[in-house]
Design a binder for this molecule. Structure first.
Ligand code: ADP
Ligand code: MG
Length: 710
């Protein structure tokens, strides 16, 4: 026993240097890590192609005889190696002509020239494997893999290609070397690998054993065995994840009693009747879902997703009024002061026709205001309290908090949220609102332990924000357009990206940008405000307020404005170096304009560093306004299943084989199956589920890691 945890450095071809590099680059230390690193694609080496049938740019394997060899120096001069071994040093290219029965082609080597010259003797036959391409009208292969047909034989069947990085490649950790290391590792430790799924789960779902899957995923005999290995490993990954999430949800819903709120109440009705518009059907549906939770006797833990401008605030207010109708207080917590103020203003308007009273509490409330609010909260004369983190302070003592609403979840830590309800003996109902559209499959994974409601419809009459993408060189024309907008009384946002590597550089960038804008929009005709992360809260609020109140025409900022500020008078959103932003961020930023009745524009400014991939993001932004479609596409483009995508998408869990975008059908299946098991055995306490219990106790399934709600 114990091979699984031993170091990879003793594997053939490895050594301490390469082992250290593998750890640094891919986090692989032990044999166990190594055998759980799966090939990300496979090359078919079971067939040998006649040269005549090779198409360009394909990976192929041929069997051919060496006809002739030629050495060339840099300028193209032909070198005669017969003149002495030192001639090899002058050589920069070795060309080997080979032929089979069908045709001839060229093998080219730029490295290890002498060695290849010596091993490829004219008249002998070899197996060559590589990528065929056309060069100067001739079919060739550069640096093919070469094997002797008889010896150990060439690799046959499907050969895995392992994830790699530039650093690994340049220190000689090739896919071939990885494959050899994995082969040895499997021989050493496969028998120690334990089954992770109970027999009945394997049977129900037609899954092969863990050991067979692990072997076949690296060295599949054929397509069928590869498929069943893949299926088994993907299923296991998605199933255990869903099982763990659903189990939390079961525990919570059975364990946490909630306030019973069966009545609707007078204030709800008066607010509802006085609305100048009717609710969208999505808003109605969501309110019904929330109401059902509030009447269930269990604590609500619900995520409300709705695109920017979909009317979440109104939903929040109506829910607070439901709580009021049952004699409870509510709070709405916002991540910034500016947002808290905005909520307070709009909630106050909604409450006008009711008898409910709301109040505002933030870090900058003065002593007198604070005292009044705290008294009102304690004696119950305030029904709805709106504010920032200030709501979490110890001196905020509620008479009877029944509902806590948190706006924009990512800015609040889990701990902060749980603080809110630790003050109660019975937890209040919790509603988290987010404008970040999350595709269904991702929501199932990230928020598998929450109930999710979606407002998937905007109020009627919204005009789409006209979105265009321009090159930096056309900034002059853009400035002219912005001046026209300002002349007609509008305002503009100009956003610069945050470059994570260096905060100093960010500010420099932003300040440079600010200088440019101020130069193009000089005083006294124009007023430009600037907001960034390095400012104090007061500075930020001051500048933001100047823009909100219309005292500034342009707001230059980093992405601090991303979350929710409402400036209906702003008609232009300029995003500089737009290629640096992800799709959902671009979408959030664009959502800041087009909130009034006027037409609005979003101008994406790209510079010369725009990659092909970034360009396709920008084009997508220009072609659709639908946040859900954008986030689905985003997920697809970034591929959360691959190594890079995982890190970027901010997924709190790392999937090693399943893909949230490609395997959504399997995800649903795994989720249903997990749900059925929990239906029978909610604690997984039966003997047949002991393996599952063991798996879920592993660190990666600790729910705190990815639960975003208290
Ligand atoms: P968000 O979901 O981004 O928080 P808001 O709640 O700020 O959106 O709503 C955006 C605007 O839409 C507000 O001015 C609000 O009054 C308005 N609104 C909300 N619901 C409706 C509706 N059903 N019909 C028309 N306008 C609505
Ligand atoms: Mg909002």
């Amino acid at each position: 026993m114990g091979e699984l945890q031993s170091s990879i450095q003793y594997l053939p071809g490895m050594g301490p240097k390469r082992a250290a590099l593998l750890q640094k680059e891919l986090g692989i230390e032990s044999l166990s890590d190594l055998i759980h690193l799966y090939p990300y694609r496979y090359i078919d080496r079971s067939s040998i192609y006649p040269i005549r049938e090779i198409s360009e740019e394909s990976m192929v394997q041929i069997k051919a005889k060496v006809v002739s060899r030629s050495l060339y120096a840099k300028g193209g001069e032909v070198i005669d190696p017969g003149k002495g071994a030192s001639e090899f040093r002058r050589a920069s290219r070795l060309s080997v002509i080979v032929e089979d029965e069908s045709a001839r082609m060229e093998m080219v080597f730029f490295k290890a020239i002498k060695w290849n010259w010596e091993r490829l003797s004219p008249g002998s036959e070899y197996i060559f494997f590589g990528k065929a391409s056309q060069f100067n009208g001739r079919l060739n292969m550069v640096h093919p893999e070469v094997d002797k047909p008889q010896s150990n034989g060439p690799a046959t069947g499907l050969v895995g290609v392992y994830p790699s990085t530039e650093a690994l490649k340049s220190s000689g950790v090739t896919s071939k070397l990885m494959s050899r290391a994995v082969s040895t590792a499997l021989a050493l430790c496969l028998r120690e690998v334990q089954e992770t799924l109970p027999d009945y789960v394997l049977r129900d779902n037609g899954l092969v054993s863990k050991r067979k899957a692990l072997f076949d995923i690296h060295f599949p005999k054929d397509n069928a065995s590869l498929e069943s290995a893949r299926y088994r490993l993907k299923f296991e990954e998605l199933f255990l994840l869903q099982l763990s999430l659903l189990k939390q949800k079961y525990v919570r819903s059975r364990g946490t009693k909630g306030f019973l709120m069966p009545r609707v109440g007078e204030d709800f009705n008066s607010c509802y009747k006085a609305l100048p518009y009717s609710l969208t059907s999505a808003q109605q549906r969501v309110i019904k879902e929330i109401r059902a939770d509030m009447m269930s006797g269990y604590q609500m833990n619900r995520l409300l997703q709705g695109d920017v401008g979909s009317g979440k605030t109104l939903v929040a207010v109506l829910c607070c009024l439901l709580a009021k109708g049952n004699g409870f207080q509510s709070c709405i917590m916002a991540p910034t002061e500016v947002l808290a103020h905005q909520h307070f203003t709009s909630v106050t308007k909604f409450l006008a026709p009711t008898h409910s009273r709301c109040a505002l509490l933030t870090g900058s409330s003065n002593v007198a205001e604070r005292r009044e609010v705290l008294e009102g909260i304690l004696d119950g004369s305030i029904d709805i309290l709106i504010g920032t983190h200030a709501l979490l302070e110890d001196n905020v003592v509620w008479k009877n908090l029944g509902l806590a609403i948190v706006d924009e979840q990512h800015r609040f830590g889990v701990e902060q949220r749980s603080k809110l309800w630790k003050k109660n003996t019975i937890a209040p109902h919790i509603l988290v609102m987010t404008a970040t559209p999350i595709p269904r499959t991702l929501a199932m994974t990230l928020y598998g332990d929450l109930d999710v409601s979606v407002i998937d419809e905007l109020p009627p009459g919204r005009k789409p924000v006209k979105t265009i993408c321009i090159d930096e060189s056309r900034k002059g024309a853009m400035y002219k357009f912005i001046r026209e907008q300002i002349a007609s009384g509008r305002q503009a946002f100009v956003v610069y990206p945050l470059i994570f590597e260096s905060e100093k550089l960010d500010i420099k960038n932003l300040e440079q940008g600010y200088e440019d804008i101020v130069a193009a929009f000089p005083l006294p005709d124009y007023k430009v405000a600037i907001v960034h992360g390095q400012q104090s809260n007061e500075q930020k609020s001051f500048n933001m307020e100047a823009f909100v109140a219309g005292r500034a025409d342009i707001l230059v900022s980093t992405t601090v404005i991303e979350v929710g500020v409402d400036v209906p008078n702003a008609s232009v959103m300029v995003i500089m170096s737009a290629q640096r932003f992800g799709l959902s961020q671009l979408h959030q930023l664009r959502g800041r304009v087009g909130r009034g009745a006027e037409e609005a524009w979003c101008i994406l400014v790209k510079d010369h560093k725009t990659s092909k991939e970034a360009q396709s993001r920008l084009s997508l932004m220009c072609s659709t306004q639908d946040g859900f479609e954008l986030s689905e596409q985003d997920l697809r483009m970034r591929g959360p299943g691959d190594l890079e995508g995982t890190a970027q998408s901010g997924l709190p869990i790392k999937l090693s084989i399943a893909s949230l975008s490609k395997d959504s059908a399997l995800l649903s299946k795994a989720r249903d199956y997990a749900g059925a098991i929990l239906e029978r055995d909610p604690d997984l306490s039966s003997e047949e589920n002991s393996l599952l219990r063991r798996e879920l106790s592993k660190a990666k399934f600790k729910i705190e890691d990815f639960s975003r709600i208290s």
